[in-house]
Ligand binder design. Sequence first.
Ligand code: SF4
Length: 334
Amino acid sequence: MDKNQNMFIELIEEIESRILANGKIDKQEAAVLLDLPYNLLVKLSAAADRIRINFLGNKFDSCSLINAKSGLCSEDCAFCAQSAKHRGASEIYDLKSTEEILGAARTAKAFGASRFCTVTSGGALSDQDFDKLIEALHTVKSEVDIALDASLGFLNEDRAAKLFGVGVTRYNHNLESSRDYYPSVCSTHSYESRVKTVKLVKSKGASACCGGIIGLGESPSQRMDLAFTLADLGVDCVPINILNPRPGTPLQNARPPEPMEIIKTIALFRLVLPSATIKIAGGRERNLGDFQAMALRSGANGMIIGGYLTTGGRSVEDDLRMVRQAGFDISHMC
Ligand code: SF4
């Protein structure tokens, strides 16, 4: 083994020991590990896996989504088929009824999801729709034994109080990418406005679910900037989506990262966020293919199951079989 390879191995060992003793990786070290040759990726994956086991054991977080209001969004996120500014081919419909949302929650519970997340398109719902949704979530809470998440765009104090008051315990609001790359992703709102919503969620004592998408054209070091920003914010759950280029969006011809690059990113996120739930999310089937199980042994401990907002997923049975085979205990969900 050459000197350079030994340097990487020693660095991984040193960082792992430090994190297991409640220390941290710094930005310079993460930058060095971005250049890790792929023949040493297994070393990084194993370290990330041991860190995950140390802080989180074998508990698994499986979240099922309902897209409760789809399309016609006035924002222009470059990856998103729901923006009215693109020619994306997403479905368009108004807020679903209480019965539809309740039915989806029952289905999620029946197939074994630990959490049920209600998602709506757009920067924020109208007051009328928001109140309608609160009533629906109240019904779900009283009838289905499942943890409730929501992802409804920007929040304010009043809406946060209503949501967390009705029994929602986790709120999703992704930062998508690094602060300096974000203007290339979206021009209709600022990164800071997203950070503000995440901080509000944290200030209410709720669980903050906040991650991003890799493959938007950002550099590997910008991915790490996102990871360190999420660590600074103290987020609890980090969905890592991998671009699934949607027809009609500005990124329809973008080339998502290769599986080994995705695995490296997930492992490095685990080093930066040792005790957060890290979920492999949208785009995992298309971009990781047969390497999804490797992602689960490289620091990830959660998945979105049962399909995504504008695309389907693979079967829940196949996913849960993979999760069990990867050594997780799905009867002990996060
Ligand atoms: S990601 Fe959300 S805010 Fe952005 S265009 Fe899509 S639905 Fe709108």
